[in-house]
Design a protein around this ligand. Structure first.
Ligand code: KIV
Ligand code: NA
Length: 265
């Protein structure tokens, strides 16, 4: 099996073939998603929310992210493993950002890194890219800045913020980013940015004009049903399936029907 590379993703954009990406935080799930054929497994810092139960992505550490990314990297045979650098690890000095990036690459086995932000971190991104590490940008709603925004509402609806986003997108491409995630911005703006760039864009809540899509796997599998933004399509109801399985197991244990003759030694 051939590994999905940065150039393969770029060729998909050129051909007009859409790119599929899902988040992943553990070995068992990643193995299933990889075999299903998803092109990119994103080890998102959304692990802070859906894996660990934090309200924001701010508390997750580089060590936590390395642990998740290494589990996903061990599971993936074909998909690119793209890992988020967590809050606080790359917004300071170029040197600190570079060190965090190198640690993640060496210790997790991820193939590429994602960093939130534009012009304000461009020197840090250039240093990481120039050291040989592929970087994916992330603009629009950037959850690591949630306390600056104040809420999770749609970003870049006003012209000034839209213009800034367009300039940031170009700057990220020029800095050498191989891809760009666009989160929760108007579909028309996401399409305009996607059409203007040579590198692929991956949307979440950014409409159908992007070169690919990403969803948080726990959300699309129905494991996190209190969270229902408009952009989320439910592809399964695992909350219901797991509840059924657990209830049946409990009933069997109470009734003394599990284990049976063939299930014991
Ligand atoms: O952490 C994450 O899951 C993400 C995606 C929503 C793009 O960054
Ligand atoms: Na993230």
């Amino acid at each position: 099996i051939k590994r999905v590379t940065t150039s393969a993703l770029r060729e998909m954009k050129t051909r007009g073939e859409k790119i599929s990406m899902l988040t992943s935080y553990d070995f068992s799930t990643a193995r299933i998603l990889d075999a299903a054929g998803v092109e990119v497994l994103l080890v998102g810092d959304s692990a802070a929310n859906v894996f660990a139960g934090y309200e924001t992505t701010l508390p997750i550490t580089l060590d936590h992210m390395i642990y998740h990314a290494s589990a996903v990297a061990r599971a993936s045979k074909r998909a690119m493993v793209l890992a988020d650098l967590p809050f606080g690890e790359y917004q300071g000095s170029v040197e600190d950002a570079y060190k965090a990036a190198v640690r993640m690459m060496k210790e997790s086995g991820a193939h590429a890194l994602k960093l939130e932000g534009g012009e304000e971190i461009i020197d840090n991104i250039k240093k990481i890219v120039n050291s040989g590490i592929p970087v994916c940008g992330h603009l629009g709603l950037t959850p690591q800045s949630i306390y600056k925004f104040g809420d999770f509402s749609v970003r870049a609806k006003e012209e000034a913020e839209a213009n800034r986003l367009k300039a940031d997108a170009l700057a990220l491409q020029e800095a050498g980013c191989f891809m760009l995630v666009l989160e929760k911005i108007p579909a028309a703006l996401a399409k305009e940015v996607s059409d203007s760039l040579d590198i692929p864009t991956i949307g979440i809540g950014a409409g159908n004009g992007c070169d690919g899509q990403v969803l948080v796997v726990n959300d699309m599998l129905g494991l996190n049903k209190e969270f229902k933004p408009k952009f989320l399509r439910l592809y399964a109801d695992l909350q219901e399936e797991i509840t059924k399985a657990a209830s049946n197991y409990i009933a069997d244990v109470k009734a003394g029907t599990f284990p049976n003759e063939s299930e014991q030694y």
